[in-house]
Design a protein around this ligand. Sequence first.
Ligand SMILES: [Zn+2]
Ligand SMILES: [Zn+2]
Length: 268
Amino acid sequence: MRGLTARLARLAQTLGVAAARCPVCSALIDHPGSPLCPACAEALRPRLAGCCARCGDMFGDGPDHASEERLDESGHESRGPAIICAECRLDPPPWDRLFFHGAYSGPLRDLIIDFKFHGGLHRTRLLVTLASEAFRRGATDAVRTVALPDIIVPVPLHPRRLRERGYNQSLELARGLGDSLDRPVAADALARVRHTAPQMSLDKDQRRENIRDAFAADAGQVRGRTTLLVDDVYTTGATLTEYARTLRRAGAAGLDALVLARAGREPR
Ligand SMILES: [Zn+2]
Ligand SMILES: [Zn+2]
């Protein structure tokens, strides 16, 4: 099979036909028009239902994909009535909506790890496509129509990390999203103003304490503007929540958040 694939690729080259390859697994794509091979398209299907509209918390194994019945007469996916989880009813997050592509697992997780830790900037285009689709899908669903944001603000990277990695993955995503939505990116609207311990080793209360007042927002860029806060992954939500609060305090007029992937919730 591999031999055949290679022969086909060579043949395509000889004929001057650019053979399209799946950007995830490099398989040849024989259906022009689809950016991914069928297997990767299936594995990277977006989470369309069974999650909280405010925080993205996913319910059990819940409906992962739009079913036939969810298609309206014009064949468009419809998410039905909004689900807001009990936690968000009691203690809503500082953003109105969290948009995300899917759970932080499987090939989506592999792509993000490659993008983030293995210098995988060549993943940017695909991940930006997933991010802008997540925004467009969420912005036009049944919950409320979300206008395009005035500004897109990436979560900053710690300066030391930035030196090590050479790029901020959230800024790369925000830039791609800015191009796709034709909205400006306020790259330095948020900053880290003091060092924080890694969140991983801390419990929920320690996490909140660890990052309290660690961040600052430039009110001149944020005040009165509707803002889309962008990060790659939502893990515990503590950091994203604190950045969102910082933007609110700086006077952001409206605030939504977008991540590529969301991890399952830990008990709060
Ligand atoms: Zn593939
Ligand atoms: Zn929720």
